[in-house]
Design a protein around this ligand. Structure first.
Ligand SMILES: NC(=O)c1ccc[n+]([C@@H]2O[C@H](COP(=O)([O-])OP(=O)(O)OC[C@H]3O[C@@H](n4cnc5c(N)ncnc54)[C@H](OP(=O)(O)O)[C@@H]3O)[C@@H](O)[C@H]2O)c1
Length: 361
């Protein structure tokens, strides 16, 4: 029995110290006290995890918050909770499925039509290590949601962001980007064996490359864009991983894991820091590891890859077509997706009612 005392007490001490020090080691809170009254924030995947806590913190700071989520019921439940807890009535739920180009276009149309400004866009939603699922448009789910969906959404909201300048775009990436490679020959895992980890890493590398290329294109517009790894945070992100899939790991390992990693509230602090802090004014094209600017992986610094990814992504989501059809005289070309989609807002009745009431103010 006594032979176990030493290792058990060493493990207990190390574990206890790790739990006590984790908040300090993992970055703490955003120190800025900046408020954002009069500013509009659009945040994706805000019904749970980091997104929900980011929405809550920015609502506390006085912003008008548009939460874009694929499940409107969950979204409205989260929005209602945030309105109640922060006493900020300007928190709205709106349907956005990043696995559908049509849904993204409808969401963007609605924002462009109904919102007078967009000051902060937080591309937060994410899916990690899911099976070889495809989006509605046939893209690999992780590449489609994490990269292409946000790529399209951001591009569609760029005019609004420019009109509202100085404005900020924040892209949630991950440290996992360092293991990523962009396989231009097979971005959607059609010709090789599917590797869900690698698919996640590819999508998160794409987030950093997109950030850097977009920052270049936005020079002089007053719109900044940065990418952030939020740290390791106890959220639902691991829902497709082993940790959540066996009885043993979900009941024994998962609680240990949760004790060692950041709460979603702390996990939201890096996004809040990038969105509001005074020291981020004018900073663009950078990668943040929690709240510290760091150099991303060498592949993420490759400007040619970033440009090529931009061009391929534009083609995949149909942005080039949009530009062409806009510059051609009406009727000279068959209308494409943008022209044919009538904006059809899909907010919950409560949110729609409160939104239209507030529009009048
Ligand atoms: N947690 C971490 O340790 C960690 C580390 C590094 C990076 N990140 C990044 O942080 C971001 C937030 O992740 P999280 O940890 O908060 O994960 P989470 O708790 O799983 O939240 C992800 C959010 O994204 C939404 N989402 C997924 N697919 C979507 C789609 N097709 N359309 C619209 N929304 C969709 C989810 O909606 P549903 O609830 O409906 O599924 C959910 O609201 C992600 O980009 C992730 O890659 C997290």
């Amino acid at each position: 029995m006594s032979k176990y005392i030493l290792p058990v007490s060493v493990f207990g001490t190390v574990f206890g110290c790790a739990v006590l020090l984790k908040n300090h080691v993992t970055g703490g809170r955003c120190k800025s006290k900046a408020t954002i009254h009069g500013k509009t924030v659009v945040i994706t995947g805000a019904n749970t995890g980091i997104g929900k806590e980011t929405a809550r913190e920015l609502a506390k700071r006085g912003g008008r918050i548009i939460m874009g989520c694929r499940d409107l019921e969950k979204c409205e439940a989260a929005a209602k909770e945030i309105r109640g807890k922060t006493l900020n009535p300007h928190v709205y739920s709106c349907r956005l499925d990043l696995a559908s180009l049509k849904s993204i276009r409808q969401f963007a149309e609605r924002i462009k039509k109904e919102e007078s400004r967009v000051d902060i866009l937080i591309n937060n939603a994410g899916v990690m290590r899911c099976p070889a699922w495809k989006t509605e448009d046939g893209f690999d789910m992780q590449f489609g949601v994490n990269h292409l969906g946000h790529f399209l959404l951001t591009n569609l909201l760029l005019d609004k962001l420019k009109e509202s300048a100085p404005s900020r775009v924040i892209n949630l990436t991950s440290l996992a980007h360092i293991l990523g490679k962009i396989d231009f020959e097979d971005l959607n895992w059609e010709n090789k064996k599917f590797d869900t980890k690698q698919a996640y890493c590819q999508s998160k590398l794409a987030n950093v490359l997109f950030t850097r290329e977009l920052a270049k294109r936005l020079q002089g517009t007053g719109v900044t864009v940065n990418a952030v790894h939020p740290g390791v945070v106890a959220t639902e992100l691991g829902r497709h991983t082993g940790l959540h899939q066996s009885q043993f790991s979900s009941s024994v390992l998962s609680p240990f894991f949760t004790l060692l990693v950041k709460s979603p509230e702390l996990g939201a602090q890096p996004s809040v820091f990038l969105a509001v802090s005074e020291e981020m004014e004018g900073v663009t094209g950078q990668y943040y590891d929690v709240m510290t600017e760091k150099e991303p992986a060498p592949l993420a610094l490759d400007d040619e890859v970033a440009l090529r990814l931009w061009e391929v992504s534009s083609r995949l989501v149909g942005l080039k077509e949009d530009r062409q059809s806009q510059s051609e005289p009406a009727g000279s070309k068959q209308s494409n997706a943008v022209e044919t989609h009538k904006p059809s807002p899909q907010t919950s009745p409560t949110a729609a009612a409160s939104a239209s009431a507030l529009e009048k103010h």
